[in-house]
Structures are given as structure tokens and as C-alpha cells.
Design a protein around this ligand. Structure first.
Ligand code: ADP
Length: 419
């Protein structure tokens, strides 16, 4: 019996031990499961954190890239741009602004706008706008001192962000109006000079026609005189309009050049023959000596026009008995034709040398000596430089004479020296 009890107790003990062992084992398994779950959730959290970090890194680099792109856009603009924060401190000054304000871009950043912009009116208006006290997108005109000179600017503003937003920024754009104003002035100048030049022959034509209609020319000889004046003035008007149209077509890029093989010696000879009678009337000697038979690839009619203009000017502005020399030389190495028309005439005052190539510019003292439109040299410059890619210029000594010259590329053609 005792043995049975002992065996039963032993069995019970064994069973209990096994049950305990099982329970321990189950707990251990649950703990292990929890640990695995913890590890997995920790890994997931780490993964999420690393994804967020990566996203932040990418965003940071996108922000930096965007910022650099915006700054690059600012820098290529011809306007001066100043970005300020809500306190009126400079966040960014583009290259043009730093040049205008004489401060390096990097030095401007972080400084109060009043330190960077010396013009008090401008700096206080930027400050006011930055602090949110000025209307958005406002445009105003203001003169600012640049290198000691007053320069007119249009000032435009745009604010990014609300008034209570800490990241609010104000962009101030300063647009230089000098070029615009100069173009408007030149246009006005051109229109008034062109109208004046057109009105002079027109008034004369109208007056002579009126006299003919009123019967003021009572004999045939007077009538013929009146007809001649009308014809001369009509020719002048036609020349003026033709020159004006040609210049504006070239300036608008609408003039096509018709390149052919041009014998420059023949062209010079034709110009001398055409203007020979005018030279003879003033007893002027013309020496034309092309150094060789030179052929170039150019627009024949246009080059002829240049030669005629230069020769006609030499005749007009050289007193009786003077001498005119035309030379043509080919630089076969550089493939350039060089032409010059030298006279023993009045010469050009040094301060007028650059101006005589401008539209309608005539030397005042010479105006009564010869008729002219002041467009001939401007057209020559366009034909030589704009259309043929050459150069034109003048050297002159007042009272002794002038030497007008031009050179143009010879193109693909060859030069053959005369036998
Ligand atoms: P214009 O029809 O008045 O001759 P141009 O444009 O051909 O017009 O010349 C402009 C001005 O340059 C002339 O009015 C004249 O004052 C000056 N000029 C041109 N050629 C000569 C020259 N050979 N000698 C002196 N002055 C010249």
C-alpha cells in the first residue's frame, strides 16, 4: 500500500513537474514571441525612421537645389533683386544688385537693408515693405545714385507669405530704365530729324508748284528754272526716302544681299565715270588706282552705293582744285579687300569723327557748302559692317583732308594679279 502511495506520489510529482515544465516552457515561448515581435516592431520603427531621414535628406537637397536654381535665375536677370525677411534683413542680393549697391552678394546676406542700401529713401521703403506695411506688387519710379550719377529705376515688390508668418520674405526688383529712356529719346530724335529732312524738299516743291499754278513764272525760261528746282528737290526726296527705307530694312534684318563675283576695279571706274562731271565742275583731280584685278564675293549694287557715297562726299567737301585718290588692295592671306577714298578737303573736327556715321548727323559749318541728308555714311556703315561683315572708318586732319576706308571679306573667290 505504502509502495502504491509512494508510486502514486512519485507519479503525481512527476506529472506535476512535467506540467510545471510545460507551463515554464509555454511562458518562455510566449516571452520569446513577444521578444521577436518587439524586435520586429523596433526594426519597423528603425526602417520608418531611416525612410523619414532619407526623405528629409532628399527634401533638404531638393530645397538646396531649388534655392540654387532660383538664385541662378536671379543672377542671369538684368534687374537688381533684393530679398529681405520680415525684419528687413537681407536674405539674398543677386549679382546685379550687389554690383549696383557695391556690396558682395555674400556680404549682404544677414545684414539690415539700411546697411547695404545707401540710398535712404530706397532702404526705408524696402524696410517698410518687409515689415508688411506696404502694398504688394507695387511699382514706383525712383532715381538712385549709381557711381555718383542719378539713374532712373522702376521698383517692383512682391511679398511671399502672410504678415504673421515667420518665413515671410519680400522681393524687391529694381529695373534700370536708362536704356528704355535712351531708345525713346533716339526714336523721338529720329522722327523729328526725319520729318525735318522730309519737310524741307517737300515745302520747296509745294512752293514752286504754287508759283507755277499762280502764273508767277511768266516766261518759258523762268518756268524751266522752276521745273529744274522741282526735279532736284524730288530727286532729293526720293534719295532720302530710299536711304531711310534701306537703313530700316537692314536694321530690321529684312535686307537680303545678293552675292555675286564683283570686279572691284570695274566698280571703282563706274563710280568715277558717274561722278566725273561733278568733280570736273570743281576742277578736282580723281586718281583711281586699284592695285590689281580684284574679284570679291559681295553684293555689287550695295558696294557700288558705298563707293559712290564716299566719292560724292569727297567731291562735296573738297574745295575747288583739290585731289581725290581711290585705292583698292587685296590682302590675299587675310582674304580681305581694303578700299580707301582720300581727299585734300576740309577735314573733320576730332569731336565729330565718331558722330558723322550717325543717322542725320551733318557737320553744322559744312551744311551750306553742299546738299545732303546725313544718311549716306550711316547706310555705308550698315552695308559694310552689318551686311558684309566688314569695317568702315575715317582718319582726318582738320583743314588738310580725310581718308575714308572700308574693308570687307573677299569670300571664296581668288585674286588674280593683272598682267
Ligand atoms: P551727307 O548727305 O550730309 O553728305 P553723310 O552721311 O554722307 O551725309 O555725311 C555726314 C556728314 O559727314 C556730312 O554732312 C559732312 O558734314 C561729313 N563728311 C562726310 N564726308 C566728308 C568728307 N570727305 N570731308 C569732310 N566732311 C565729310
Amino acid at each position: 500500500m505504502l509502495a502504491l502511495i509512494i508510486v502514486s506520489i512519485a507519479c503525481f510529482a512527476a506529472a506535476s513537474t512535467a506540467a510545471i515544465a510545460c507551463a515554464v516552457a509555454r511562458r518562455a515561448v510566449r516571452r520569446a514571441d513577444r521578444a521577436v515581435a518587439d524586435v520586429e516592431s523596433a526594426r519597423a520603427a528603425a526602417d520608418a525612421a531611416s525612410t523619414q531621414l532619407e526623405a528629409a535628406r532628399i527634401h533638404g537637397s531638393i530645397d538646396r537645389t531649388r534655392r540654387r536654381q532660383v538664385e541662378a535665375v536671379f543672377d542671369v536677370l538684368r534687374d537688381a533683386i533684393l530679398v529681405t525677411d520680415a525684419n528687413g534683413d537681407v536674405l539674398h542680393a543677386n549679382t546685379h544688385a550687389s554690383r549696383l549697391l557695391s556690396v558682395a552678394s555674400a556680404d549682404a546676406a544677414g545684414r539690415p537693408v539700411a546697411d547695404v542700401v545707401s540710398d535712404r529713401r530706397l532702404s526705408s521703403s524696402i524696410e517698410t515693405a518687409s515689415r508688411g506695411h506696404a502694398g504688394d506688387g507695387r511699382s514706383a519710379e525712383q532715381e538712385i545714385q549709381v557711381d555718383g550719377e542719378p539713374v532712373a529705376f522702376e521698383i517692383l515688390r512682391r511679398t511671399v507669405g502672410d504678415e504673421d508668418e515667420p518665413m515671410r520674405a519680400t522681393v524687391t526688383v529694381l529695373r534700370d530704365l536708362s536704356e528704355e529712356r535712351e531708345i525713346a529719346r533716339l526714336k523721338g530724335d529720329f522722327v523729328s530729324k526725319a520729318s525735318h529732312e522730309l519737310r524741307t524738299p517737300l515745302s520747296s516743291i509745294a512752293a514752286y508748284i504754287e508759283m507755277l499754278v499762280d502764273g508767277d513764272a511768266d516766261d518759258e525760261a523762268s518756268r524751266q528754272d522752276f521745273y529744274r528746282v522741282i526735279q532736284t528737290e524730288t530727286d532729293r526726296l526720293k534719295r532720302l526716302v530710299d536711304n531711310l527705307l534701306n537703313i530700316s530694312r537692314i536694321e530690321a534684318g529684312l535686307m537680303c544681299i545678293d552675292r555675286t563675283c564683283v570686279d572691284i576695279g570695274d566698280l571703282v571706274q563706274r563710280a568715277v565715270t558717274t561722278l566725273g562731271p561733278q568733280a570736273a565742275a570743281k576742277r578736282l583731280e580723281i586718281h583711281a588706282r586699284p592695285s590689281a584685278d580684284i574679284e570679291i564675293d559681295a553684293d555689287e549694287d550695295m558696294l557700288y552705293q558705298v563707293l559712290v557715297n564716299l566719292l560724292s562726299n569727297a567731291i562735296k567737301y573738297t574745295p575747288d582744285g583739290g585731289r581725290i585718290t581711290m585705292t583698292c588692295d587685296a590682302d590675299n592671306l587675310a582674304r580681305n579687300l581694303h578700299v580707301s577714298v582720300a581727299d585734300t578737303g576740309l577735314g573733320i573736327p576730332p569731336d565729330e569723327v565718331d558722330r558723322i556715321f550717325e543717322k542725320f548727323h551733318r557737320i553744322e559749318n559744312y551744311q551750306r557748302l553742299a546738299e545732303g541728308t546725313g544718311l549716306g555714311l550711316n547706310l555705308c556703315r550698315h552695308i559694310v559692317e552689318t551686311l558684309h561683315g566688314g569695317r568702315i572708318g575715317v582718319e582726318s586732319t582738320l583743314g588738310k583732308g580725310s581718308r575714308f576706308w572700308f574693308s570687307v571679306p573677299m569670300g571664296q573667290l581668288q585674286m588674280s594679279v593683272a598682267a
